[in-house]
Write a protein that binds this ligand. Sequence first.
Ligand code: ZN
Length: 375
Amino acid sequence: MSFKEVIGHHQLKKNLLATINNNKVSHAQLFCGPEGSGHFAMAIAYVKYLLCSEPKENDCCDSCASCIKMNQLSHPDVHFSFPIHLSKTNKVEKSDDSLIEFREMCLKSPYIGLSSWNEQQGNPNKQGIIAVKEGEAIIKKLGLKSFEGGYKVLIMWLPELMNNEAANKLLKIIEEPPKKTLFILVSDTKEGILDTILSRTQCINFNGLSDEVIADELKKNSAIATEKAVHIAQLSEGNFHKALSLIDNENKDQIFLSMFIDWMRLCYTRNISATIDWVDDIASSGREQQKAFLIFTLEMFRQAIIGHYSSNTLTILTSDQEKFLNKFSPFINHLNIIGLNDTINKAYYHLERNANPKVLLLDVSLKFYALLKKQ
Ligand SMILES: [Zn+2]
């Protein structure tokens, strides 16, 4: 991630470049703005430029040894701190214990979001924390000599999730850091940061991105149609992370839709050998994927019922879904909907309790053979 890849924020880029080119790098900076505004991406670009050995006037060279390491987020003098799900059993007590996963997420896109990160750590509802062990680890790392002879950098994502104990450990080093040490704190909610930390940083504010900027970026990089890009941009509320998630979810829905259509056709035509192939296919995907597909199936049944009884409410469907549902909805009706829903709900229950997906989904399919015939 270099400056040219950061979306929007032209004036901010100029200002930040000037601090480096005029040798006025403040040692503790707070990049704050709403999620997905690009403050984390900018932090990476800023550090990459700062450490680049052949910097140009407006951006890094993107090819020196330092830039190449930054492209992998594996520069030995750049450390990352971020909230984690503490776990004794998995031995997760400081950020480095989850660094591989964090790095993987950031390399996919530096427009990162907390709920996605929580989900990636295995529990979307659990709040992460930057705790005292991390405070200790930071002091230790920044106390070491720089590997490459230049700056040592700590990028802390979401300092608002650092607890008192960890913050107290860091007060002194943020106040009087060792030479050529840079702290960049990247915050979504400045109000949540402890005053003692806040007062020691220089704040740089990021606004949410405009709909136009987001739509242009989506068209450029995801090759999606203008109309759709504009629609997604409007739903994103200035948050590029959300825009990417919306596209991702929609892609998943499209995959689920074609799986659902295949499945219903097979069940209706009672094609047993093709049904077994279909079951083998979905059974080879992950359990979470299978559960998500069952939820999707319930939703499709619900929409089919709506389509069956009042076809005018189908406004949120794509034309693909609508076409299929129009043909399919007469097969879902008051005679079988309870049985169909019940079968899915039970399957979900057993899937959560580690039932064998092959046996389970074949059984569900056979029940559907009978249920879809009830007209
Ligand atoms: Zn370089």
